[in-house]
Ligand binder design. Structure first.
Ligand code: 6GU
Length: 244
């Protein structure tokens, strides 16, 4: 997976993304991040890339030209045009489905805005997807782009140690994960559920499935309707007690 990131803060992103799993994934060339500093494409000697909005109003806007030229500087590897994702609170809300969709792409371009946004004309010319990471406002698209990169990268085969682990966890079947325990068996008087020590794998799977459903009902009842439950599991739910 190759990801081109258009940003005014490449150093901040590079620093954060070289830690831990994503750092290793880059070392192993499983993911390839190419940061393009939009400021390098400023058209003036002060390296300015923002200006006042026509029509007035608060704040500054990123100008179309540096963003367009930064985008044009990207050398894509494939012959097909990559999707260009603009991170904005005005986008579709990012979720695991969109992460899976993006993870299938060979190459992606992420565009991070700053100030009050970007001149609409360049967005119309280059953007294919408008993506938000939730209903709140950030100072820029960089943190959102890092969230998207993290979520996509861990779906790339080989990035996680265990090939299974991305598949079985929260959200793939629309349920939250069951609780996890590691050593010691007792901590502050709290013990690990006996069944997990039993070595009986079928029972353990059954217990985990029940806990997943229970936890989803308790913490994210809004997910239950769309969750991948068997007919039997759905029958056993007590709909009267779920607070949708
Ligand atoms: Cl993608 N960008 C900004 N600036 N704020 C956001 C966001 C994105 N998603 C949620 N809030």
């Amino acid at each position: 997976m190759k990801c081109h990131v258009l940003t005014l803060f490449p150093e901040m992103m590079e620093q954060a993304l070289k830690a831990s799993i994503l750092g290793k994934a880059q070392d192993k060339q499983l993911i390839n991040l190419n940061f393009i500093n939009i400021r390098d494409f400023s058209n003036n000697k002060y390296l300015k890339v923002d200006d006042y909005p026509y029509g007035g109003g608060a704040g500054m806007l990123m100008q179309a030209e540096p963003v367009y030229n930064a985008f044009k500087s990207i050398n894509t590897e494939g012959s097909i045009k990559p999707r260009v994702v603009y991170l904005t609170p005005q986008g579709r809300t990012f979720n695991q489905h969109i992460a899976q969709e993006f993870a299938k792409e060979e190459e992606l371009v992420l565009l991070c805005g700053h100030y009050e946004g970007i001149d609409e004309r360049v967005l119309e010319l280059i953007v294919t997807d408008y993506i938000s990471i939730g209903d709140y406002v950030l100072t820029g698209g960089e943190l959102a782009a890092m969230v998207v990169i993290d979520a996509i990268s861990r779906l790339v085969p080989g990035v996680l140690h265990n090939d299974d682990s991305a598949e079985f966890e929260s959200f793939t079947d629309g349920l939250l994960e069951y609780p996890h325990y590691t050593r010691p068996v007792e901590f502050m008087g709290k013990t690990v559920p006996d069944i997990l020590l039993s070595g009986h794998h079928a029972n353990i799977d059954k217990w985990r499935r029940e806990k997943s459903i229970e936890r989803t009902v308790e913490r994210r009842p809004d997910l239950i309707e769309k969750a991948d439950l068997s007919e039997k599991e759905r029958k056993e739910l007590n709909y009267d007690t779920i607070e949708f």
